[in-house]
Design a protein around this ligand. Structure first.
Ligand SMILES: [Zn+2]
Length: 260
């Protein structure tokens, strides 16, 4: 049974290298340099569906339980908003991750993309148990090498479509029921990560989008964090503040993983 909730979060770009590649592919799709910070969540449905599992709190996964930030660098938990089913928390481990593989082993650009995404998965695996799977069908998080769709808005005055932001990635999730008697409410993420970046920026993008998929459904206001909402010239690694935030998220309530 499908659940009619979805969420989306597009990655944004503010770097010259990506602007250049966009010019090559489509002059009409230039990103706005003055893109406002993305501060609102996808609108939840007005009325929560009936008969959802109860909200519950799960035990912290061991790596997060052990995590201590000795320098107490704080977090940006205030920027993370729960969805209609609570926080986007995984409770069944390891989390299964599929990365789209190159069809042609000689495709070096695709190989570079693949290795960059693989590296990002390895980085997050220090904090939450992740497992690479070869079958897309069984994955919890699906990483695809594709340009995310550009969503046009109609300017009513000029009667033209505008593309307010160009994106190097998009994270989206769907909810569904798994099994019968009981049925468990689960989520699945799809990450569309552009093929048109250098490997270093693919790594930064994958690191950021995986953060969303692992539960950080919001953005940091600090450019030193991986979940800052705009790509920076020297992308930071996963920061203590990212993990402090992740740890707080995993202490919150969710309906995900609950059964009826
Ligand atoms: Zn983001």
């Amino acid at each position: 049974m499908p659940v009619n909730y979805r969420g989306r979060w597009g990655g944004k770009v503010a770097i010259a290298a990506f602007v250049a590649s966009l010019i090559i592919f489509s002059p009409a799709l230039l990103p706005s340099q003055a893109t406002p910070p993305q501060s609102s969540l996808p609108a939840p449905a007005a009325t929560p569906p009936q008969n959802l599992p109860l909200l519950q709190v799960y035990p912290l996964p061991p790596q997060l339980e052990r995590w201590q930030d000795s320098e107490q660098q704080g977090d940006y938990f205030d920027a993370i908003k729960p969805t209609a089913v609570g926080y986007l928390i995984w409770s069944s481990f390891p989390i299964k991750v599929y990365i789209e593989p190159p069809n042609d082993p000689a495709d070096r650009r695709f190989q570079g993309w693949f290795k960059a995404v693989e590296t990002a998965v390895t980085e997050w695996n220090q904090y939450l148990p992740l497992e690479r799977v070869a079958e897309r069908e069984v994955a919890d998080i699906i990483c695809l090498r594709s340009r995310p769709p550009l969503r046009a808005t109609l300017n009513r005055q000029t009667r033209t479509f505008e593309f307010p932001t160009a994106r190097n990635a998009e994270a989206s999730y769907k909810l569904y029921w798994r099994g019968n008697n009981p049925s468990t409410l689960v989520h699945r993420f799809t990450l569309e990560i552009s093929p048109n970046q250098t490997d270093a920026f693919t790594l930064a993008t994958a690191r950021h989008e995986l953060g969303h998929a692992l539960g950080i459904w919001g953005h940091s206001p600090d450019p030193a964090d991986a979940l800052y909402d705009t790509q920076v010239n020297n992308p930071p690694p996963i920061s203590a503040r990212d993990i402090n935030t992740l740890k707080k998220i995993y202490q919150q309530q969710t309906r995900l993983g609950g059964s009826l």
